[in-house]
Design a protein around this ligand. Sequence first.
Ligand code: PNS
Length: 167
Amino acid sequence: MAPSRVAIYPGSFDPLTLGHVDIIERGSALFDSIIVAVLRNVEKSPLFTVDERLEMIRDTFRERGNVEADSFSGLLVDYASSRKATTIVRGIRAISDFEYEFQMALMNRRLAPAIETVFMMPAEEYSYVSSRLVKEVASLGGNVSGLLPEDVEKRLLERVRRKPMEG
Ligand code: PNS
């Protein structure tokens, strides 16, 4: 039997958007399993804790048996190897994403030549959606419906009402 193809989809997911959901669904159809890996980054000041972000991902993909949510710290390629993943999936929305993604992909290849990075495009209706913009719009009272899973939207609105963005 061929070994199973495990992909890692890493990111901050603060919070999960429908753009992320779109990429995860496409990835789950391409690979035997896909691990959505939330970076534990002590430097950033996130809106949601890592555990909250994991819970939102798990709730959203409850019905998809081959999607797992996990967190990691340290080098992505070390985490990928520890999970026996052969592929890193990243979403590319526009050319502006490309330069940074290209650098990361080549650095990761240098560190771990056996792990391949695959870029995927989300549906075009999500090509401008980012967690950062969604948080900003929500915190300023704008409408973010249709950009996030419903439950995530509820949690975001509740959070920004209680904790307006810093700055
Ligand atoms: O969604 P993001 O915040 O753009 O994701 C960035 C992420 C998590 C993919 C990147 O910061 C990462 O892989 N961090 C782990 C540390 C690491 O491996 N750094 C070297 C990357 S070449």
